[in-house]
Design a binder for this molecule. Structure first.
Ligand SMILES: *Cc1c(COP(=O)(O)O)cnc(C)c1O
Length: 412
């Protein structure tokens, strides 16, 4: 079956819940054991003192460790990335921070693609670097040799433990080459035997249009707040990967308490049922809007994966690792912040808000809002100008979105 078919029933059997077609919300903190020996066995396994026998499953203990809504959701998330396992969290940031803390310790180095999501950037630069983790970065047009040289010159090659990549990058849609990331990992594994974990934040394009595990990533992470949930009413996160890679993060999640709550998991499970239709429709809208923007006289440049104007190297990466360009557009209006603000303030249907991937269209100004913290010289280098607007395309009628953009652009 295709992934969208699994989203209706996988991981849940109505017989378990009075024939209920949909999984109920298991709004409970704890679960009753049949007898003391069962409780003992469940804890042995949960705390890693013993492993499961072949046909044995870990029973329900306590909702910080496991809960049916979390488990059903995780089974469906695994389907989306074709992974052995998945872990769900109460936010995208808790998915990211728990994964990093599970794999790096003081003295280790993380190689980051730049730019990354603001919260990820701050966690790395304000928290991880304070506890002695080395942070080093590269961007979409860095070459293999440049990255290797940077690591070696900084004496950080031996301590490299994680490569963390966000592709497409927010808000410029610049793609990072996942083949290149794999090559860096392999080089240091061969040279020093370093166990390097590669993590890809796939929030921006989503599981329908890009599957980083197929390109050698070890872990994929998501802000499930965005496309996976798609209704701007939940904060949640997820990671997917092999059983081995995910279980290390799940163990730490138990102690940090960053697991998803039953109700949040239930809402997200419901949203996954419509993920394919939403994303397909959003893509169709986006293709029309990109075409409209590309022809509009008030616009300097459109940033969208797969466009020729993104350059040859970008196009090659796109053709290799992406299935489609997704539903996020960057466009630079002629003029400066004033012009961009005029457009944003004139929008009537499209809402002026951060976040993305929802069923309603959202627009914002990265230079002064989501990326205000990025130093000006870096902004300039990676194309975050003060005329840039980021648009997340929803499922409204595409003519209505285009008319809204058209009237707002005419105000410049
Ligand atoms: C929103 C976002 C996050 C953070 O997720 P939250 O659910 O807000 O905690 C991480 N990465 C990317 C790319 C995002 O867009």
């Amino acid at each position: 079956m295709k992934k969208e078919s699994y989203m209706m029933s996988h991981g849940y059997n109505p017989e378990w819940s009075e024939g209920s077609v949909k999984p109920p919300i298991f709004q409970t903190s704890t679960f009753v054991f049949k007898n003391a020996a069962e409780g003992k066995r469940f804890f042995e396994v949960a705390y890693g003192k013993s492993t499961l026998n072949k046909d044995e499953q870990l029973g329900l203990i306590y909702s910080r460790i496991n809960n049916p809504n979390m488990e059903i959701l995780e089974e469906r998330l695994s389907i989306l990335e074709d992974s052995e396992d998945a872990a769900a969290f109460e936010s995208g940031m808790s998915a990211i921070s728990t994964t990093m803390l599970a794999y790096v310790k003081p003295g280790d180095t993380i190689l980051f693609s730049n730019p990354t999501y603001g919260g990820t950037h701050s966690f790395a630069h304000n928290f991880l670097s304070n506890i002695g983790v080395n942070i080093i970065s590269f961007h979409s047009d860095s070459t293999f040799d440049e990255i290797i040289k940077k690591l070696e010159n900084g004496n950080l090659d031996k301590s490299l433990k994680m490569i963390y990549v966000e592709t497409p990058a927010n808000p410029t849609n610049a793609l990072i080459d996942l083949d290149l990331v794999k090559k860096i990992k392999e080089r240091f594994f061969k040279k020093y035997g370093n166990e390097i974990v590669t993590v890809v934040d796939n929030t921006y394009l989503g599981p329908i249009w890009q599957n980083p595990l197929k390109f050698g990533a070890d872990v994929v992470c998501y802000s499930a707040t965005k496309f996976l949930n798609g209704h701007s009413d939940v904060i949640a996160g997820a990671i997917m990967g092999s059983k081995e890679k995910v279980s290390k993060v799940k163990n730490l999640r138990t102690f940090l308490g960053s697991m998803i709550a039953p109700y949040t998991a239930w809402l997200l499970t419901r949203s996954l049922e419509t993920l394919h239709v939403r994303m397909q429709y959003q893509l169709e809208n986006t293709v029309r809007i990109v075409d409209f923007l590309s022809k509009n006289g008030k616009i300097k440049k459109v940033f969208y994966p797969g466009l020729k104007s993104m350059g040859k190297r970008q196009l090659k990466i796109y053709n290799n690792q992406c299935v489609a360009g997704g539903a996020m557009i960057g466009f630079e209006v002629k003029g400066n912040e004033n012009s961009a603000f005029k457009v944003l303030n004139s929008l009537k249907l499209i809402k002026l808000a951060v976040s993305l991937g929802s069923n309603e269209s959202l627009a914002q100004h990265p230079h002064s809002m989501t990326h205000c913290d990025v130093p000006d010289d870096v902004k300039k280098k990676i194309g975050i100008s003060d005329g840039l607007i980021r648009l997340s395309v929803g499922i409204e009628n595409s003519d209505d979105i285009i008319n809204d953009l058209s009237q707002a652009l005419s105000k410049i």
